[in-house]
Design a protein around this ligand. Structure first.
Ligand code: SF4
Length: 340
């Protein structure tokens, strides 16, 4: 059932609290009415056999459970809704993690500063390095190859796309490392102790539900962490999110994605060129570096690589003359997880 975005904060839905809203009996969560500082030590005080698994209750646990709530913050539209809901107290959140590729548009960093100025939940910014630099020079001391979902032009003129590993290295692994090291205090390589569960919240709306399915698959093997999708539970689209944000944020909430992300649609490229000259210059530089001799990202590819699906150099494309593309909610937005 779809929940209409509320007109005012006081009329808004709650997510995660109270338990009755999720069909969980009040007795199951002893900490639901406890102060926020106690909320992470959920469950067990009353019902030792109950655990929360992202909206479902099972009866398998025999251990006291410490539960943490972490928001994957991309600082785009959907994850900003979740951040503000958490800030309103409608959403349990111990920590928001922003995995910084170092390549977001200036507007995203300004918006991130504004979110931080609200105080809660705390935002942890962590990074695996500057993605564009690593594309050109290679990643880390061994100059490891890094890829983004760039386009290739085959010999018969067929356009292809190379597999991306940027999402895993610069987003997913960064958030997971922050949770393990900064939140749980685990040394590298240490297993998560039994009885600890981390609920990771993702800002995925109903118009991109396929991304949630892919993320669920990724989480299926993990014992210590589960994903949750409040916007899907609320039945909200990206447009609903924009409506909800309109009177809560004193500036337009930007799209979150690297300035040179090949997922951009033509409108996103045009906007970048118009409103963010530095970001546009960076995208053009990376586009040229993809084809330059000696760039690490060329390793293993005989065909030239391009950022734009037309397989033309970005600087030469007349975006104003291009027809609008059909709506693609993935286009131009990383959501802190780039669609996986
Ligand atoms: S925004 Fe695009 S280029 Fe950046 S990490 Fe995500 S998929 Fe890769």
């Amino acid at each position: 059932m779809r929940s209409t975005p509320p007109a005012s904060p006081s009329a808004g839905p709650t997510y995660g609290n109270p338990p009755a809203a999720r069909g969980i009996s009040p007795g199951a969560f002893s900490a639901v009415s406890a102060p926020p500082s106690c909320r992470r030590f959920v469950v067990v005080a009353i019902r030792a056999d109950v655990r929360y698994t992202g909206g479902h209750v099972t009866t398998a646990d025999r251990f006291p459970m410490r539960e943490y709530h972490v928001l994957n913050l991309g600082a785009g539209v959907q994850s900003s809704v979740l951040f503000l809901m958490a800030n309103d107290g409608r959403f349990p959140c111990d920590l928001a993690v922003f995995a910084d590729t170092g390549e977001e548009p200036a507007a995203v960093y300004r918006h991130l500063d504004w979110l931080r100025s609200l105080g809660t939940p705390p935002i942890l910014i962590r990074s695996a390095g500057r993605l564009g630099d690593d594309l050109i020079r290679g990643c880390g001391p061994t100059r490891r190859f890094v890829s983004i979902p760039a386009f290739t032009l085959g010999e018969a003129g067929r356009v292809g796309r190379i597999p991306r590993q940027c999402t895993r290295t610069y987003k997913i692994d960064v958030v997971e490392r922050a949770i393990r090291r900064d939140l749980l205090g685990l040394a590298p390589g240490r297993r998560c102790p039994p009885g600890v569960r981390v609920v990771q919240y993702f800002g995925i709306s109903t118009d991109e539900a396929g991304r949630a399915a892919r993320a669920r698959k990724r989480f299926a093997e993990k014992q210590w962490t589960v994903p949750a999708y409040p916007l899907l539970d609320l039945g909200w689209t990206r447009r609903d999110c924009l409506t909800w944000l309109a009177d809560r944020v004193p500036h337009p909430v930007p799209r979150s994605a690297c300035v040179f992300c090949p997922f951009h649609d033509n409108a996103a490229w045009r906007d970048l060129r118009t409103v963010d000259p530095d970001g546009w210059a960076r995208a053009v530089a990376i586009d040229e570096a993809l084809r330059a001799d000696g760039s690490a990202c060329r390793r293993g590819f005989r065909q030239p690589l391009y950022l734009h699906r037309s397989c033309q150099p970005l600087a030469e494309i007349a975006f104003d003359a291009l027809a609008p593309e059909p709506l693609d909610p993935m286009a131009g937005e990383c959501h802190g997880m780039c669609g996986v």
